[in-house]
Design a protein around this ligand. Structure first.
Ligand code: CP
Length: 312
């Protein structure tokens, strides 16, 4: 495998999940695989889980790790071809990406969308810029449109917790005071497309995700109806895609409660705003899988890095 940029880079999800669960039981089994190799983690945005779990996964594989908060400490990058750089950008992606690729064997990047310019965000200029101008593998640690390490961790968590041949899994929108990206929801939808499950997406009208991603997934605007007989409920806020990056409503009735959850398991990628997205009673109950999801971030990163190292 050359790059891990989206869920589409997974050639066999069930096999990857199986392998990741084996790694989880023996995290140091491949501790020499990354010997004398270096991974560089570049963060254009904040992180807790992605930063620590990817470092831990790399260390489990014997990789040396370099981390840079590029967004706050690096030069402002220019992405346009032929730009006269007499404004606020100091370095072109062409040089930056080539320079980074001399220092490491794998580069992992987190770069969120602006949520103001759909075309620019969907062009994934940071991720694709590095892909274009480096000779080394690139890993997506959450980009404008996808968070495939999170979705792979979610697939591992579902596999561990599921007891049914065809569980019902609901992705439910929830209110949030800030405009958030679509990346987590997008990758979760793509990952669910590879699962044996009854999958339903529920959100208020106007919050439809990109149709190119949801394709023929079931969308139910009545949250109560969508949650009927659910086994797993994945809650996430995202801003409007159609009215790009806008908050259309903040209706607290969409918050997940213990009553609405019923006997289903609760999932969220974290960080989560308590009593806005989900009430305390859910997060503090045995039905919440959020801590295990975060734990599985290490093994989703580790299986991806292992596959990349094996193909170097
Ligand atoms: N879920 C997730 O990616 O968490 P961080 O933003 O803290 O990395």
């Amino acid at each position: 495998m050359k790059h891990y940029l989206s869920i589409k880079d997974i050639d066999n999800l069930s096999e990857w999940v199986k392998e990741a669960r084996i790694l989880k039981s023996q995290p140091k089994a491949d501790k020499n695989l990354g010997a004398n190799k270096t991974i560089c983690l570049l963060f254009f945005n904040n992180s807790l889980r992605t930063r620590l779990s990817t470092q831990k996964a790399a260390m489990n594989l014997g990789l040396d790790v370099m981390v840079m908060n590029f967004g706050s400490e690096g030069w402002a990058l220019e992405y346009g071809d032929g730009t006269i750089m007499n404004q606020n950008t100091s370095e072109h992606i062409k040089e930056a990406a080539q320079v980074v690729s001399q220092y490491c064997d794998i580069v992992a990047i987190r770069a969120f969308p602006s949520l103001t310019d759909k075309e620019q965000d969907e062009a994934e200029v940071v991720l694709n810029g590095f892909k274009k101008y480096t000779s080394i593998p690139v890993v997506n640690m959450e980009s404008s449109v996808g968070h495939p390490l999170q979705a792979l961790a979610d697939a591992i968590t579902l596999d561990e917790q599921n007891t049914k041949a065809r569980p019902k899994v609901v992705l439910s929108w929830a209110p949030h005071p800030k405009a958030l990206p679509h990346a987590v929801a997008n990758s979760f939808v793509e990952m669910m497309g590879l699962q044996e499950a009854d999958f339903v997406i529920t959100h208020p009208e106007g919050y439809e995700l990109n149709e190119a991603i949801t394709q023929n997934a079931t969308i139910e605007y009545d949250q109560k109806k969508a949650l009927e007989n659910a086994d797993f409920v994945y809650v996430k806020n995202w801003s409007s895609y159609k009215d790009y990056g806008k908050i259309l409503i903040q209706d607290p009735n969409w918050m997940m409660t213990k009553e609405k959850l019923g006997s289903a398991k609760f999932m969220h990628c974290l960080p989560v705003r308590r009593n806005v997205v989900v009430e305390d009673a859910v997060l503090d109950s045995d039905q919440s899988l959020v801590i295990e999801q975060a734990n599985n971030r290490t093994y989703s990163a580790q299986i991806v890095l292992k596959k990349i190292l094996e193909s170097l």
